[in-house]
Design a protein around this ligand. Sequence first.
Ligand code: ADP
Length: 427
Amino acid sequence: MLPEKADLKHSEQFTKRMLELSRNIASMVDLSSILSKITVIACDLTNSQEASILLYDRTSSDLRFQAVANHKRQKLLKTSVPLEASVADRIFSTAVPLVINDAEDDPRIFREIDQRLDFHTHSIMAVPLTVDQAAIGVLETINKNDGSNYTEDDLTILETIGAQTSLAVSIANLQRKLQESDTNIRNLDRMKSDFIAIASHELRTPLGLILGHATFLKETVGEGLSDQMEVIIRSAMRLKSIIEDLSAIAQKEEGLSRIRNTEFSMSALVEEVANRFKEVSAAKKIHLSYDVPDGDSLTIGGEREKIDVALTNIVQNAVIFTDANGQVGIKAERAGDQVKVFVVDTGIGIPATDVERIFDRFYQVESHLTRKHGGMGLGLSIARGMVELHDGEIWCESREGTGSLFCFALPIKSSRDMTAARLFTAD
Ligand code: ADP
């Protein structure tokens, strides 16, 4: 039975030191310095000669000293105690605190450390450190300074400090895992980018040859095989457009995208894109309309072809994801020093959980393997890239089953304004 000593004599000091510790843990940068601080606090608050923290090392399957309060014991750092025949081991395997006030002949004390350090353990108090109910180590204090016995109060104090220590270790583990996954994500992203860049570059030349020869052959083989040749050419053209998409992404990622510095009318572009989709919309029985102001009010500085790609990709999706008797509308208007372009459809809409991600590369709402429509999940990512190259913004609002609204806003800049460092005049 431990001697009772009801009042926590240094309760004010205790509260202060615990508060200080909590703050240190909350702003922790380096676990080992926090652990050292904890051993010093444990010594002070339990009036002990020594305190140490041992943590379980999975690789070597033993307990290792991670922090000690006393300089004389620094050489213990990173050394291990056997997972049998030591107090630390007992605490670690039973997860029950232990106080030994008469340690002189106690067989549970691992004497080798005392001998190595020329130290004498009279009394020892140890508590388990646990994370998610699993033991991760031990916090122990050794020898009361005044030679007295450890009390229940001392044990309560050490258990409180132990709980804080476990918290610190747990936070450090989470920080490490977060860092590791961050690095993994970066590496994967890099690999994905490299793959896109290499694939688009390497496929371009052989595909050019296939297309060239197929076109030549179509002319020479005559009527008999022209249907087959037509299929080859159409499929090769489809591959070409995929490679162009990949190439646009790769260039944007590597910062190689350039904007040709011209002025163009957004009204005329909207009209042109709408007309391009007239036939396919009519074939699907979709009502396609557009609404733009006449004249030069929507003239902006930038590269028409790139904004054409962005608008085409958005309108194409609107037509693809809208069923017969639905509507697709395109509208462009001036809003302050911006031009805004809206594409609205009464199609299938996009679930709220997906809206945030549809501009990500390769993101598709339906699984690629089961979806009815073709595509690679690149169209909107390219559209965003093109808009952002023009310092614009793009977003989407959608309701599943009702339809979607895509909008992009571009600053109205004259071609003279476009001399910012990242915009280059081509060739
Ligand atoms: P993809 O070329 O594969 O369609 P996009 O990047 O153009 O790739 O679009 C990504 C996904 O966003 C599409 O697969 C589709 O699930 C969804 N989406 C895009 N536009 C619409 C739209 N107007 N209505 C419904 N879903 C859309």
